[in-house]
Write a protein that binds this ligand. Structure first.
Ligand SMILES: [Zn+2]
Length: 407
């Protein structure tokens, strides 16, 4: 058997199709692209479940070695920036460690946000992880919008000479980026057919800031911006909006192709705007709890038919990068629905037909889960309950483009 083959008991091709006793392998297509091939096989005794590679839609690998205590968003960011400025972060090794940890939990594709894209590129290349890297952009002064954009585009041009990993722009948050700069980012992303990445409506402090700059609830945000000398510019350009989402809407910035993360404090009318704009949401429930933001109103999301996927955010605001645990933190969903969030739904948000399911011609990204209880009969058990149970099944191997990247 070639190293790219694997015998097993079940292959979960997608949420609606399960195969028994099948060989899975990567073959090289005429164009040189290694794609998936699936063949029936007669016999196998081992207890494994093969699933598509999981998709982490939001992280910051550079913070993988920074352990910060659970606290509210702005004091947390303040501490993060302090540690960063003291030069205490080993960013290249942290990014690589994060990529390897993500892989060990079955992630084959990850959307990273960073101010140090060269470290992420190296981490992706060395670990074999696939994904998109968004360069974090800050700039509240509209007069500097063009200059900031041009600087970042130049950086991407130079990076592109040494990698074919997708690079994009990640305007950090609506309170950190002028509408002019956001518009320029959006135009560039559309021209280059990559998603614009951003954080939105993560905390009560930022929503309070948009409504009333002097409000008590926004104090922690003002204190942090004052400390890093950005408060003055923000105050000069401040206008009142009902919410951060409304700010984007009124500047005509809620547009595809954008991947907006968190929306924990989005109100019903905000979510309706997101839906009407044809946008999906990325949610990071355990990170939201870690930063004392609470959980999003998932019941309302489901009622409104919001499309969403899952990210872990960084290890500086989470216990680990275990995507299955992240999905299990969302209340009121079946195991199958949770699995869909990590696979086909995530691929849909990325507009990537080749990811999130296993079939001939798709990306050869798959995960071998090993069943921990030999007495379970795979022929009768609910495979999704087993897949999403992190005690019952553990990640044994991860293949990306047909190459084993974790064992
Ligand atoms: Zn984040």
């Amino acid at each position: 058997m070639s190293p790219n083959q694997y015998t097993h008991n079940i292959v979960i091709k997608n949420t609606d199709e399960t195969l028994f006793n099948t060989v899975i392998e990567a073959r090289t297509s005429i164009t040189g692209y290694r794609e998936l091939n699936v063949n029936q096989l007669d016999d196998s005794n081992s207890k494994q479940i093969i699933i598509p590679g999981l998709i982490n839609l939001h992280s910051h690998l550079a913070y993988s070695q920074t352990k910060l205590k659970s606290q509210s968003l702005f004091p947390w960011i303040s501490q993060l920036v302090e540690i960063h400025h003291m030069g205490e972060m080993e960013l290249p090794s942290a990014a690589l460690q994060g990529a390897q940890e993500a892989l060990s939990f079955g992630t084959s594709f990850l959307v990273d946000n960073t101010s140090h894209p060269q470290d992420s590129i190296k981490a992706f290349q060395e670990s074999g992880l696939k994904g998109i890297i968004g360069i974090e952009i800050f700039g509240s002064d509209p007069k500097q919008a063009t200059q900031i954009l041009e600087h970042n585009i130049e950086q991407i041009k130079q990076l592109k000479e040494s990698t074919n990993i997708d690079l994009t722009l990640s305007p950090h948050a609506s309170y950190d980026v002028s509408a002019q700069l956001w518009q320029l980012c959006l135009e560039w992303c559309n021209q280059n057919q990559v998603p614009l990445l951003s954080h939105l409506a993560e905390s009560t402090a930022e929503e309070a800031w948009f409504q009333n700059k002097d409000s008590e609830q926004a104090q922690s945000a003002r204190e942090f911006w004052n400390k890093i000398n950005t408060l003055e510019t923000k105050l000069e350009n401040w206008q009142s909006y009902p919410s951060s989402t409304q700010y984007l809407h009124r500047h005509n910035l809620l547009k595809p192709f954008s991947l907006l993360t968190h929306l924990v404090h989005a109100q019903k009318q905000d979510l309706e705007l997101i839906k009407a704009a044809g946008l999906g949401i990325i949610t990071c429930p355990r990170s939201n709890l870690y930063l004392e933001n609470g959980l999003a109103n998932y019941q309302l999301w489901h009622e409104l038919g919001i499309q969403y996927g899952i990210g872990t955010d960084s290890k500086a605001s989470n216990h680990d990068l275990d995507l299955r645990k992240e999905a299990n933190a969302i209340p009121g969903l079946s195991a199958k629905a949770r699995f869909a969030l990590l696979t086909n739904k995530a691929a849909g948000l990325l507009k990537r037909n080749d990811l999130g399911s296993l079939d001939i011609g798709k990306a050869a990204d798959w995960v071998v889960l090993e069943l921990q209880d030999p007495n379970i009969d795979l022929a009768t058990a609910d495979p999704f309950e087993l897949i999403m149970d992190t005690e019952m099944t553990i990640v044994k191997e991860v293949y990306i483009d047909g190459y084993c990247r974790y064992k």
